[in-house]
Ligand binder design. Structure first.
Ligand SMILES: Nc1ncnc2c1ncn2[C@@H]1O[C@H](COP(=O)(O)OP(=O)(O)OP(=O)(O)O)[C@@H](O)[C@H]1O
Ligand SMILES: [Mg+2]
Length: 278
């Protein structure tokens, strides 16, 4: 079980998160989506305990009975070009049987060959698999922060499938951070963030099929069709009203005077949390 209660988080005096409160059970999969600067990486750094190195302060607590491991975002800088996969994995855990087993788990069939490879022998997708295997050697809860940014579309979906497999077959708890709504193809939990706060939280399928919050409605309404070649950053198209108490008044069909004056709290509705007055 992982329980996260971040009351506030700061870089220096700049507040970047408020009231991020959630609990995950073993084997849960949670996706966190939100625009750039929403605070997704800050959450990941707090949860994985590496926040101190980044000058982040926070009030609250994070408790986990399992070890949490961060899957790094920058695949090219995260592997040492001078050492083989075997050497880099043995630095984390010297148990060769466990290493072989972990490489199989992340989808390598030719494990003996992969062990002898240097990073330059690996494609982007293979590097991501090795980094995932290394994270698995370290912990039972994986946090993958924008792991796909350096990968092409097909490979991105393959890595999403890998995470689904690790979750379903091996009960690995996964926190999956992305700003690519198209990658949300799994059953689990979804947290939608905006400016350091939760705007909608609940079952991923039910939010995707029927988003309640205007922000998520806007984002879901604009998913490109399967045959489109690129994903536009949908988050950049949202009109935000910075003077209104609720910044989404312009994209919302139900906005009323109240929304301009009083900021909505996070409310529970149909087993979801939604930051909306209505
Ligand atoms: N080292 C830093 N010093 C000061 N402010 C920072 C620092 N790193 C991030 N921030 C600020 O904290 C806020 C949250 O940043 P964070 O990196 O968590 O966002 P994010 O949701 O991960 O964005 P992205 O999608 O671009 O990765 C932003 O306003 C950002 O400008
Ligand atoms: Mg980030």
């Amino acid at each position: 079980m992982l329980s996260i209660d971040i009351k506030e988080a700061f870089y220096g005096t700049k507040k970047v998160l408020s009231n991020i409160n959630l609990q995950l059970n073993d084997g849960d999969i949670l996706a966190v989506v939100g625009e750039t600067g929403a605070g997704k990486t800050t959450i990941a750094k707090i949860i994985s305990g590496i926040y101190k190195f980044y000058g982040i302060n926070f009030n609250g607590s994070v408790h986990s009975d399992k070890k949490i491991s961060f899957v790094p975002q920058n695949i090219s800088e995260s592997l040492d070009p001078l050492f083989t996969v075997e050497a880099q994995m043995r630095e984390i855990n010297d148990d060769m049987e466990l290493i072989r087993d972990t490489l199989l788990k992340v989808g390598f069939f030719d494990v003996e060959r992969v062990l002898k490879y240097y990073p330059h022998n690996l494609s982007g997708g293979m590097k991501q698999r090795v980094l995932t295997a290394m994270a698995l050697l370290e912990g039972d809860v994986l946090i993958a922060d924008e792991f796909t940014s350096a990968l092409d579309r097909t490979t991105k979906f393959q890595i999403v499938e890998l995470f689904k497999k690790l979750n379903e077959e091996f009960n690995i708890t996964i926190i999956f951070i992305t700003h690519d709504i198209e990658l949300l193809r799994f059953k689990g939990l979804l947290m939608v963030m905006h400016m350091g706060e939760i705007v909608e939280f609940g079952d991923a399928d039910s939010i995707k099929n029927n988003p309640y919050h205007p922000y998520m409605k806007f984002l879901m309404g604009s998913i490109p069709k399967e045959d489109m070649h690129y994903t536009k950053d949908r988050f950049k198209e949202v009109s935000i009203n910075k003077t209104a108490a609720c910044p989404f008044v312009e994209i919302c069909d139900n906005s009323q005077e109240l929304c301009y004056k009083i900021k909505p709290e996070l409310k529970e509705h149909d087993e979801r949390l939604i930051r909306c007055h209505f």
